[in-house]
Write a protein that binds this ligand. Structure first.
Ligand SMILES: C[S@@+](CC[C@H](N)C(=O)[O-])C[C@H]1O[C@@H](n2cnc3c(N)ncnc32)[C@H](O)[C@@H]1O
Length: 282
C-alpha cells in the first residue's frame, strides 16, 4: 500500500469526484427518510494543501486552485454545496485546508443519517479516526474496503450511497472493482453506487464498460472529464465516475457541471466532458 492521498488531495480528479458527491448527497437529503453514506476507501478525510505531501506534487494548483473564480450562475448554483463545505473546512483548518470525501459526507449528513468511513492503511485510518471522533453519526473502520463493501450493504436504512474510490495500484484493479460492484449491487438493488476511476487512455476505460454494461440492468451513468489528450497515455488525462442508480437529476446537473469544469481544469486546449446513460433507461 504505497498510495497516500495527501499527495493528490484537491487535484482535478478530486474536484470532479467531490462536486458530484455533493450533488448525490444533496439529492439524498431531499427526502425525510434517513440515509447511510459509505466510503470504502476513505483516505484521511481532511488535507492540508500547505503540508509536505501536497506541496511536493503541487497537484492542487491544477485542481481546486483553478475553480476559486466563479463560474456562470447555472454552474455556481450546482457548485454551492461543494463551495460551502470548502468554506467550512477552511474556517476550521485554515485557508489551505481541503475536505476529503469523508469530510464532505460528514458535512452533508442530517442528524438521523449515518456514515461509515473505511480505510485500510493503518496510519491513515488513525488520522481518519482522529478527524471524525467528534462526529456522532459517523463511524471509522480500519478494514479492507472490499470486505467492508460485502458486509455493510445493504444498510438498515435501505437508502444511501456507497463511494468506492480505490487507489488503482495493482494491474486489473478496475476490472476487479467492476466485479465487486456488481456483487454489491446484487445485494442492494436500490443503493446508489459511485465508482471512481482514473483515465490515462480510452481503450482501458472502453473495455471496462464493454465487459460491465451487459451485466448491469439498473440505470447507470458514465460521467467523465478529460483535461488532456488521452492519446498520450503516460499521464493522468482524466477521471470518471460510474454511478449505478443515480439520482434522476444527476445527468442534467452533470451536463451543466462537467463541460464547465473540464474547460476550467484543462491543462492546455484539450478538454472533454462525457455524461452518458450506459445502462437502464431515462
Ligand atoms: C483515492 S484514496 C481515497 C480518497 C478519498 N475517497 C477522498 O476522496 O478524499 C484511496 C484510499 O484507499 C486506501 N486503500 C487502499 N487499499 C485499500 C483497501 N483495500 N481497503 C480500504 N482502503 C484502501 C488508501 O490508503 C487511500 O487512502
Amino acid at each position: 500500500m504505497n498510495y497516500r492521498h495527501a499527495f493528490h488531495a484537491g487535484n482535478f480528479a478530486d474536484v470532479i469526484k467531490h462536486v458530484l458527491l455533493t450533488r448525490m448527497l444533496v439529492h439524498l437529503s431531499h427526502k425525510d427518510k434517513p440515509f447511510r453514506a459509505i466510503d470504502t476507501h476513505a483516505g484521511i478525510g481532511l488535507y492540508d494543501l500547505q503540508g509536505d505531501e501536497a506541496t511536493r506534487t503541487g497537484e492542487w494548483r491544477a485542481g481546486i486552485a483553478l475553480v476559486e473564480d466563479r463560474f456562470e450562475p447555472a454552474v455556481e448554483r450546482l457548485l454551492e454545496p461543494y463551495r460551502q463545505v470548502i468554506t467550512t473546512t477552511r474556517s476550521r483548518g485554515g485557508p489551505l485546508a481541503y475536505p476529503g470525501s469523508p469530510a464532505i459526507m460528514a458535512a452533508l449528513l442530517r442528524p438521523g443519517d449515518r456514515a461509515v468511513f473505511v480505510e485500510k492503511h493503518p496510519e491513515d485510518a488513525d488520522r481518519l479516526a482522529s478527524h471524525f471522533r467528534q462526529v456522532r453519526n459517523a463511524t471509522v473502520m480500519h478494514l479492507d474496503g472490499w470486505t467492508a463493501l460485502k458486509s455493510l450493504v445493504p444498510p438498515k436504512e435501505r437508502r444511501g450511497l456507497v463511494l468506492i474510490d480505490p487507489p488503482y495500484e495493482e494491474v486489473g484493479e478496475l476490472e476487479r472493482a467492476g466485479e465487486r460492484i456488481l456483487r454489491a449491487v446484487g445485494k442492494w438493488r436500490t443503493g446508489l453506487f459511485a465508482l471512481w476511476y482514473p483515465i490515462k487512455n480510452m481503450a482501458a476505460v472502453e473495455s471496462f464498460y464493454a465487459a460491465l454494461v451487459p451485466c448491469l440492468d439498473l440505470r447507470t451513468l458514465r460521467l467523465e472529464i478529460l483535461v488532456d489528450d488521452p492519446a498520450v497515455d503516460t499521464r493522468l488525462n482524466g477521471s470518471g465516475l460510474l454511478v449505478v442508480n443515480p439520482p434522476w437529476t444527476l445527468s442534467e446537473e452533470a451536463e451543466i457541471l462537467l463541460p464547465a469544469l473540464a474547460q476550467r481544469l484543462a491543462r492546455g486546449r484539450y478538454a472533454h466532458a462525457r455524461c452518458e446513460l450506459v445502462a437502464g433507461s431515462l
